[in-house]
Design a protein around this ligand. Structure first.
Ligand code: ZN
Length: 432
């Protein structure tokens, strides 16, 4: 039997590091990352290179195996990597992007919360974890060029040999005082993740989990990990009080005592992992796979396919959708329809809600039997409500409502007739 994540009481001794010493270190990091001297850490800038050097020196001092991973035009961008080696070849990645927006017309965007806070936290988490007996090796990565399109994390995950079982991205952890709770989005990407996280609370901090990325709607460095189906979680304290992407995102606004709690909580979470992390198969940004479905309504049956064409914000997906349906209206009229269209969905608390539109063509089967053709073409709209991934052998159960209207007979008799067409109305179905 495979050992899976076991929920245990923490045995770790974080008291080795008094809060005051963690706080002192965090303050030092912030002063080396988010003052005007760092000029907003724009990717490729001189100041950005100095910041990368600072992060690397901190990782080295703590005792991690450090390296740079350079990429981009002229190799001007760099991720900073610090590793606690693994006994069994398995790794957890703990990342935080260190770049920010730079300066504009003399105004420096210091990005204290976004994301000097996350970088300072992962440095201190590494100091905690290097002394612990861990089930997993840890790869700490300070990513470059997140703000310009998640470039550092994309390069890392596409060019690494580490076998990664879990990725955490700390992005904006400096405002714990807002609600005294640390948010984990993507807790459902591993088996028992939600339960496990709720058991790893420390001191005055509670953990608020979301099964998938449905809260902020802002993409961060977990994204390209999720594309490789690696379980991933966004860890942050919230956007509400953060001066997100404003020149006022300064060190003075941060809750540094809260950051100490964040360091302790994440460290405890990692230290408590006793068995193998099992992926749940749920992706933080959506499952992004081909789906086939069958749906029933009072007057028909529909078989359809959904090909994913992209991720949407709020953990949903974009689909190209196609189908074949049989609808019965009366003894004189039953039809075969061929709807094709697009569907856009988002996720809330494990549910998927989507809207779609498309076109369809249909043939009257009864008339076809009498060697007559009656064609129809039209437009449909649909809304779906999807309870997904909750039953092991089904991908999802859904109810949908659709309706359409169109013109009929326009090909055969030379006349057009506007006709409201009952296309199934309320449907109930399954996706595999
Ligand atoms: Zn950020």
């Amino acid at each position: 039997m495979k050992k899976v994540l076991i929920i245990v009481m923490s045995l770790s001794i974080f008291s080795l590091f008094p809060n005051e010493s963690i706080k002192e270190s965090i303050t030092k990091h912030l002063n080396n990352l988010a003052t005007d001297a760092q000029n907003g850490r724009a990717p490729g800038s001189k100041e950005s290179r100095e910041v990368a050097e600072y992060i690397k020196s901190q990782f080295s001092e703590i005792g991690l195996e450090t390296s740079y991973q350079t990429f981009g035009f002229n190799n001007r961008l760099k991720n900073v990597i610090g590793v606690i080696p693994s006994n069994n070849g398995k790794y957890i990645v703990i990342g935080a992007h260190y770049d920010h927006l730079g300066s504009f017309l003399g105004t420096v965007y210091n990005g204290a919360d976004d994301n000097a806070s996350g970088v300072s936290a992962i440095i201190e988490i590494s100091r905690q974890l290097i002394r612990e007996k861990l089930q997993y090796g840890i790869v700490f990565v300070a990513f470059d060029a997140e703000e310009s399109g998640l470039n550092g994390s994309r390069y890392f995950v596409n060019n690494t040999d580490y076998k990664i079982d879990l990725m955490l991205s700390l992005d904006m952890v400096g405002h714990l005082n807002h609600e005294a709770r640390l948010i984990y989005e993507g807790a459902a990407t591993i088996i028992n993740g939600e339960k496990f996280l709720e058991n790893s609370e420390v001191d005055n901090i509670s953990v608020k989990t979301y099964p998938v990325a449905n809260h902020s709607g802002v993409l961060t460095d977990t994204f390209y990990f999720s594309k490789k189906n690696i379980p991933a979680m966004n860890v942050y304290t919230g956007l509400e009080t953060s001066n997100y992407h404003k020149p006022t995102d300064d060190i003075e606004t941060l809750d540094i005592d809260g950051m100490v709690q964040v360091v302790k909580q994440v460290s405890r979470f990692i230290t408590d992992i006793q068995g193998d992390i099992e992926p749940s198969g749920i992706n933080i940004y959506g499952n992004h796979k081909q789906r086939f479905g069958i749906a029933f309504s009072t007057n028909g049956i529909t078989i359809n396919g959904m090909t994913p064409v992209g991720y949407s914000l709020y953990g949903g997906e974009h689909y190209f959708k196609y189908g074949l349906e049989y609808l019965y209206e009366s003894e004189k009229k039953s039809s075969v329809n061929t709807p094709v269209g697009f569907l856009f969905s988002f996720k809330i608390l494990g549910f998927e809600i989507g809207s779609g539109a498309g076109i369809y063509g249909s043939i009257n089967i009864n008339k076809l039997i009498n060697e007559q053709f009656e064609y129809q073409a039209g437009f449909y709209l649909e809304n779906i409500f999807n309870l997904y991934n909750n039953i092991s052998y089904l991908n999802s159960i859904f109810v949908s409502f659709d309706y359409g209207f169109g013109y009929k007979n326009f090909l055969q008799e030379g006349i057009t007739e506007f006709n409201k067409i009952p296309r199934g109305g309320l449907k109930f179905g399954f996706y595999f």
